[in-house]
Design a protein around this ligand. Structure first.
Ligand SMILES: [Zn+2]
Length: 317
């Protein structure tokens, strides 16, 4: 059966603009992502469903591409029978688990100090709490993982595509080449590989390295059209991915050149690379900086030394 994919565009209070949710009409009526928990988003969501002769009651299940607030907030509107399906790492975020939030705050406090960020009192707590402002309180009912099939839409293959989020999944319809990509690849902006608190006792994941691997994987897939989480549909993803790689290489090289001149902390680098943005978007810009440092470390172009609990980076001879 040919699958119908309906795109809904829902406003967000974020700089990225609208977020796209998708309704799949197959053996089940499935919503992929929703929108942030705002009145505007609720209104747009209901109205656009109506335009397609649907209501909230028609939705059987919601599949999540990842846990960010602009993709999950409206889970709060779903009827009790609706099953929430996604990567297991969504759970602590979408349920707003308080012990997990504290772990996120502690991780950021510790890591940012090592990275040389002059933190104001309570700043990490503020950043972490802010990330939940438009989110939901829900639970993952069915965990899916790499290689699974979407229930009710068996031709959709589940793929783990981490980097932008550790919980990030994408869905490839092998019969049509349609690919529901969440925030893996967007036309309007390059997706940020965000830092996340690791599982207890585990090391932090290297988000940019993961993200690059996910993009490399995209290049090898039989994709015709990407249905993204924001912006236009993508039909020439190879070109766009090459562009993203080039931009990343350029940034890595700029950092390498800076580190050839002198030893710097991640925060020094962040301020130099993003002199305008770094204050208001500290978490985003630090995530990007740490990501590039991971890439340069993995390529053995730079090295890391610790002095008095602070990490310094320098180019290798
Ligand atoms: Zn996102």
């Amino acid at each position: 059966m040919k699958e119908e994919i309906i795109q809904l565009s829902i406003p967000t209070p974020f700089a990225v603009g609208d977020v796209h949710a998708y309704v799949l009409k197959g053996e089940a009526v499935t919503l992929v992502d929703c929108g942030p928990m705002t009145q505007e988003a609720q209104h747009a969501f209901v109205t656009q469903l109506q335009e397609h002769h649907l209501s909230i009651d028609d939705i059987d299940q919601v599949v999540l591409t990842h846990h960010h607030a602009d993709h999950v907030g409206l889970l709060n509107m779903m009827k009790p029978h609706v099953r929430v399906i996604g990567h297991q790492l969504n759970e602590p975020y979408i349920s707003q688990d308080s012990a997990f939030k504290q772990r996120q705050i502690d991780f950021m406090d510790r890591f940012f100090q090592q990275l040389g960020v002059p933190l104001r009192q309570g700043e990490c707590e503020r950043i972490v709490k802010q990330s939940y402002t438009y989110s939901c309180t829900a639970h993952v009912n069915d965990i899916i993982k790499e290689g699974d099939r979407l229930k009710g839409h068996e031709h959709f293959l589940v793929m783990e595509t981490p980097g932008h989020a550790q919980s990030h999944l994408s869905f490839l319809d092998e019969t049509t080449g349609n690919f529901i990509g969440g925030d893996l690849l967007l036309t309007t902006i390059s997706s940020n590989p965000l830092m996340e608190a690791p599982d207890e006792g585990k090391e932090r994941q290297q988000s940019l390295l993961q993200y690059k691997a996910s993009l490399h994987r995209l290049l090898r897939l039989p994709i015709k059209t990407i249905y993204p989480g924001h912006g236009q549909l993508i039909t020439s993803h190879h070109e766009l991915i090459e562009e993203r790689f080039k931009k990343q290489e350029k940034r890595a090289n700029t950092m390498y050149q800076l580190l050839k001149r002198k030893e710097m902390t991640a925060f020094d680098l962040c301020r130099t690379l993003f002199p305008v943005l770094y204050e208001e978007a500290l978490f985003l810009t630090m995530s990007e900086t740490v990501g590039q440092l991971d890439v340069l470390l993995a390529a053995e172009q730079i090295e890391e030394v610790q002095k008095d609990g602070i990490l310094y980076y320098r180019a290798k001879e």
